[in-house]
Design a protein around this ligand. Structure first.
Ligand code: HAM
Length: 411
């Protein structure tokens, strides 16, 4: 058997793992700052949790879920997204007694999509949700947190917020009926993919990437005729606040999102730097969903972002600058290196030693790893109980006692 990984999955190591860690650390700090508590759920759930909320006719449910029968004949599914498991967990653990509930989570999701750049079958998401308020400030807060996280991880990338409103579920229902009629009248011109969606999911035709579909969609009725004054005001409040905060956005009335549970505000942060998989972060309101899943009839809003997509835009991480390499000329001096290693551990100074007794090789390894400091132990260092610390950037070398090392490398 030829050993290989499953299509659409990837192993993480070296720089990728550092990038993922940096993203996760930033997210955890921002979550704490904004008082979101972590909520972790299992990677699989009963299949019935997903089918109805995500939409029986959505691509995810129709083609992409990894579902299997357990030994006791129960159908289980590897979670394709995090919102429904989070709601399930909030209900089953009685977390909805005190509202609003603000939660976040990080972890792997699974969708059997066609793999391509930025699209995988196992990928990692960051997820933020607020359960229990209809206040536009919750939508706003989530957009700001998303913007903040992306800006601090990707200070040099360009991404832009796209915004739309879908109105309440009944508005959306009326709109879908009108949209289906419009697309039936133009059926002959539509792509085959879009034709299949006319009855089942006409909204998705609006975000088709086919040129002719786009032309036809440009003349389609828009949701705005169907939206109530309350919903219009909710949307207006968000836009006014974003203007006030100087957060740029595009109003995009073709933005419908891929999952069925959305209504009211929807948003995506998009980039031009990733090709066709251009959405870094997407989300919106799902008022009604918590009730559908068996919880109280309370509103909800949230977003998820793809860690792999964010990491693809990150600049290389300059590792090593804080790290120290150790170099020793002979086994005879091992006791001296043991004292040093203990000192470094105690003082949280990250170090590396390859168990080789060859200064030349150790220095060349440190150079190729772009390490700033090498601590050298030879006969004189051993006999006179000191360490030679070399700065590989300046070439300077100093004789130091162990308790002088921390200050020296931190200066
Ligand atoms: P989504 O748009 O399906 O929304 O996914 C959110 C983000 O996950 C995407 O913008 C993308 O960055 C990333 N992503 C999705 N699929 C893949 C894939 N196959 N490979 C790599 N990255 C991917 C949701 O999942 C909703 N649950 C978001 C939400 C939370 N809405 C409300 N609350």
């Amino acid at each position: 058997m030829k050993l290989r990984s499953v299509r659409g999955t990837h192993d993480l190591y070296a720089e990728d793992i550092e990038k993922h860690n940096l993203i996760k650390n930033t997210v955890s700090k921002k979550a704490e700052l904004n008082s979101f508590n972590k909520l972790e759920t299992p990677i699989f759930e009963f299949s019935e949790l997903f089918a109805k909320p995500l939409g029986e006719q959505s691509d995810v449910v129709l083609k992409e879920m990894y579902s299997f029968k357990d030994r006791n004949d129960e159908m289980l599914t590897l979670r394709p997204e995090y919102t429904t498991p989070m709601i399930r967990a909030a209900i089953t653990n009685n977390l909805l007694n005190e509202l609003p509930l603000k939660v976040f989570g990080l972890g792997p999701m699974f969708r059997r999509e066609r793999p391509q750049k930025g699209r995988y079958r196992q990928f990692n998401q960051i997820n933020f949700e607020i359960f229990g308020t209809k206040d536009f400030m919750a939508d706003l807060e989530l957009i700001i947190i998303g913007n903040d996280i992306l800006k601090s991880i990707l200070p040099n990338s360009k991404f832009i917020l796209n915004l739309n409103t879908l109105g309440q579920k009944n508005n959306l229902y009326e709109y879908k009926t009108k949209l289906s009629k419009y697309f039936i009248d133009n059926k002959e011109k539509l792509s085959e993919d879009s034709r299949e969606k006319i009855q089942t999911n006409p909204l998705r035709i609006l975000d088709s990437k086919n040129d002719i579909d786009i032309k036809i969609s440009n003349n389609a009725p828009t949701i705005h005729e169907f939206i109530s004054t309350d919903e219009k005001n909710h949307f207006l409040d968000i836009k006014k606040a974003l203007d006030h905060l100087n957060i740029k956005y595009i109003e995009n009335d073709k933005l419908v999102r891929g999952l069925d549970y959305y209504c009211s505000t929807v948003f995506e942060f998009k980039t031009t730097e990733l090709g066709s998989q251009d959405t870094l972060l997407g989300g919106g309101r799902y008022d009604g969903l918590i009730g559908v899943l068996g919880g109280p009839d309370i509103p909800g809003v949230g977003w998820a972002a793809g860690i792999e997509r964010i990491s693809m835009l990150m600049k290389p991480i300059e590792d090593g600058l804080n790290k120290v390499h150790l170099a020793i000329t002979d086994k005879k001096y091992n006791s001296h290196i043991q004292i040093l290693m203990n000192y470094l551990r105690k003082n949280n100074i990250s170090f590396y030693w390859n168990y080789k007794y060859n200064i030349k090789k150790s220095l060349s390894k440190a150079n190729s790893n772009k390490i700033k400091y090498v601590i050298i132990i030879g006969e004189d260092e051993f006999n006179n109980k000191y360490y030679s610390v070399r700065n590989l950037i300046t070439g300077n070398q100093s004789k130091l006692k162990d308790n002088e090392i921390k200050k020296y490398i931190n200066d």
